[in-house]
Design a protein around this ligand. Structure first.
Ligand SMILES: O=C(O)CCC(=O)C(=O)O
Ligand SMILES: [Fe+2]
Length: 326
C-alpha cells in the first residue's frame, strides 16, 4: 500500500473543491510531521507483517517436522526402526470383541492385548546360526514363487508349486540328517526364551503357552507368486488365519534396508498404520486377535528371512519340540 495515495485522499478540499494549498512553512512542518507519523506507521505495519510471516514459517516448519518424525503422508508411522536397538517397546491395544467368540482359557487367553518388540532377547550369533539352519533346509526345496517356508516340526518344506516333507525325503534318499541335535537345541532354547518373554509381558505362567502349528522359517523374495501360498502380503488376523494362535511372535533373521527393501511388517490401525522394520535378532510379538490386524509389505529387493513362532492356550493344539529324526 502506497502512503502517497492515502496522503492525497486525506487533504481537505478548498472552496472550489480543490485541495487547500498550505504555505511553504506550514507545508514544511506539515510535511515533516506527516512524514514522521507515516514512517512510524509504515514501520509498525512492516514489523507486524514480518512477525506474522516468521510465526507462520516457524509453525509450518514445526508441523512438517512433527509429521515427518511420525510418518509419511500415507499415514504410516514406524513402531520400531531397523537402525534403533530397543530393549523392550510395548504398545497396549484394546482387545478386540472377537475374543468372546473364542474358547476362553483362564490364566492364558489375553485379558490385556498389545504388541511388543525386543532386540536383546536373541543374540546376533544365535540369529546367524538360525539363518544358516534356514538356508540349509530351504536349499533342499524352495517355492517357484516369492515365499518359501520350512517347518522344523512337521518337516513341511515348499518345493516348486507345492510342499514336500523334508524328513521323509531325507529318509527315502538315505541322506544323513540335515539338522543336528545342536541345531534343534538352539531352536528350542530361543523358542523358550521368546515364550518366557511373552508370558512375563502378559502375566501368564510360561507352561500355559504351548508351541503350536504352524511354526516355521520363512524366506521371501521378489519373485512373482505362483500359488496362493506365495502371497504373503495379504492383510490378515492370525487368530482367524491359523485358528490355534493366541500369541504370535516373529524372530527376524535379516535386516530391512540392508538385506532387502520392502518387506516391513505393518500393523493396520484406525488412525495410522505402524511398521516394525525387521532387524537381525529382533523379536516382535503380539496377541493374535483382530486388535493386531497386519500384513507384510511385498519385498522390493533382496531376500527376507524370519521365523514365525506361535503359541496357543489350548493344549489340544500343542506341538512337540523338534528333535533329530532318525
Ligand atoms: O514375517 C512376518 O513379519 C509376518 C508373517 C506373518 O504375518 C505370519 O506368519 O502370519
Ligand atoms: Fe500373520
Amino acid at each position: 500500500m502506497s502512503t502517497r495515495n492515502r496522503k492525497g485522499k486525506r487533504g481537505p478540499p478548498d472552496k472550489n473543491g480543490a485541495p487547500e494549498k498550505p504555505g511553504p512553512e506550514a507545508l514544511k512542518g506539515a510535511q515533516s510531521q506527516g512524514t514522521d507519523h507515516d514512517m512510524q506507521r509504515v514501520q509498525a505495519v512492516t514489523t507486524k507483517r514480518i512477525l506474522l510471516r516468521v510465526t507462520f514459517i516457524v509453525l509450518t516448519l514445526g508441523i512438517v517436522a512433527l509429521l515427518s518424525s511420525q510418518g509419511d503422508q500415507s499415514g504410516l508411522t514406524t513402531f520400531v526402526k531397523q537402525d534403533e536397538t530397543v530393549q523392550k517397546r510395548i504398545l497396549n491395544v484394546a482387545c478386540s470383541k472377537d475374543y468372546k467368540k473364542y474358547q476362553h482359557f483362564e490364566g492364558c487367553t489375553p485379558r490385556r492385548c498389545g504388541r511388543g518388540v525386543m532386540d536383546g532377547l536373541v543374540g546376533q550369533d544365535e540369529a546367524g546360526q538360525l539363518l544358516r539352519i534356514a538356508k540349509r533346509g530351504l536349499a533342499l526345496g524352495g517355492s517357484n514363487g516369492g515365499a518359501s517356508i520350512l517347518d522344523l516340526h512337521s518337516g513341511a518344506l515348499s518345493k516348486g508349486d507345492t510342499f514336500i516333507n523334508l524328513y521323509e525325503m531325507v529318509k527315502a534318499n538315505k541322506h544323513k540328517t540335515v539338522f543336528s541335535e545342536d541345531d534343534f537345541s538352539l531352536y528350542r532354547k530361543v523358542k523358550n526364551r521368546i515364550r518366557a518373554a511373552i508370558a512375563e509381558e502378559f502375566g501368564i505362567q510360561p507352561d500355559r503357552l504351548h508351541l503350536t502349528h504352524p511354526t516355521f522359517f520363512s524366506r521371501m523374495t521378489t519373485r512373482p507368486a505362483k500359488t496362493v501360498h506365495d502371497e504373503y502380503w495379504h492383510l490378515h488376523i492370525d487368530k482367524e488365519t491359523y485358528g490355534s494362535f493366541d500369541y504370535t511372535s516373529l524372530l527376524y533373521l535379516s535386516d530391512y534396508g540392508h538385506d532387502f527393501t520392502g518387506g516391513r511388517f505393518v500393523f493396520v490401525d484406525k488412525e495410522a498404520n505402524s511398521t516394525v522394520e525387521p532387524r537381525t535378532g529382533r523379536v516382535s510379538f503380539f496377541t493374535s486377535g483382530s486388535e493386531n490386524l497386519h500384513f507384510v509389505e511385498k519385498v522390493a529387493s533382496g531376500t527376507r528371512f524370519a521365523i514365525t513362532v506361535s503359541f496357543s492356550c489350548d493344549t489340544k493344539h500343542a506341538i512337540a519340540d523338534p528333535h533329530v529324526k532318525l
